[in-house]
Design a protein around this ligand. Structure first.
Ligand SMILES: Nc1ncnc2c1ncn2[C@@H]1O[C@H](COP(=O)(O)OP(=O)(O)OP(=O)(O)O)[C@@H](O)[C@H]1O
Length: 238
């Protein structure tokens, strides 16, 4: 469904992505994982066709470009517009005729109780839910999420993850950037590990305890990130 062939990305003489080759099959759910500055957001934008690689190819086989959904790290909503008006606006913009899908999404994300609120009146978590809703309102075949759960409480996170898993079970392909182990465990089937612009590893989440051993030898950011996967309650006196 998506093929990355020898992707390089250079900006201001800095090599941000280096020789990335990988493929994504339909229905996969992939977490791009790695330290700050590893190149995750840049790779996600290339995969979503928002930016072009300096060299290499990103080939995506979808029916139309419209069938990609991208949820940006920065919330991109209109402060003075209500939740309802956002949904109407993006429904019109994307020519989405399937009202039943929008109703189902509004109810899954529990947007009905805040329909008349303006974005400026929403909490951070509510705005994240709306940000997700407008990004997938056209029912894309592939969804790209960049840190879409930052600041979202566990209940809202539950709603968002349940909705995304439902779409994934219907065959929608999901690629997301996250540092949040709740999100990773509840959404990803596969993890891609990035460091210094390189794709170091790809593995199934079920194999994580075996594969993280590769990052234990040095005092690296990845070692610390994997260490937080398990919280030692006994050591912390609970
Ligand atoms: N337009 C740009 N111009 C110059 N440098 C850039 C540009 N975009 C990204 N970079 C640099 O490329 C590197 C990778 O950035 P990117 O945002 O892709 O990393 P990331 O893994 O998503 O990081 P984070 O987890 O902090 O969001 C960083 O060092 C960043 O400063």
């Amino acid at each position: 469904m998506l093929e990355l062939q020898n992707i390089n990305y250079v900006k201001k003489n800095k090599e941000i992505l280096n020789k990335i080759t990988a493929g994504v099959e339909r229905g996969e759910s992939i977490c791009l994982f790695g330290p700050n500055g590893a190149g995750k957001s840049t790779l996600l934008k290339i995969m979503a066709s928002l930016i072009k690689p300096t060299s290499g190819k990103c080939e995506i086989s979808l029916s139309t470009p419209k069938t990609v959904g991208y949820i940006p790290q920065q919330i991109a909503l209109f402060p003075n517009m209500s939740v309802k008006d956002h949904l109407k606006y993006y429904q019109k913009l994307t020519k989405q005729k399937d009202q039943a899908f929008i109703n189902e999404m509004s109810s899954a994300l529990d947007l009905n109780s805040i329909m008349n609120k303006k974005v400026e009146e929403l909490s951070g978590g509510m705005a994240r839910k709306l940000n997700l809703a407008v990004g997938v309102i056209h029912r894309p075949e592939m969804i790209f999420l960049d840190e879409a759960f930052v600041g979202v409480d566990l209940a809202f996170k539950h709603d968002m993850l349940t909705w995304l898993n439902k779409l994934n079970n219907q065959g929608v392909t999901i690629v997301f950037v996250s540092h949040d182990w709740h999100v990773i465990y509840n959404l990803a089937k596969t993890m891609w590990v990035l460091q210094d612009g390189k794709l170091m590893d790809q593995f199934l989440i079920k194999d994580i305890s075996k594969r993280e051993m590769d990052y234990q030898s040095e005092d690296s950011a990845l070692k610390k990130m994997f260490a937080l996967r398990k919280f030692d309650y006994e050591k912390n006196g609970n």
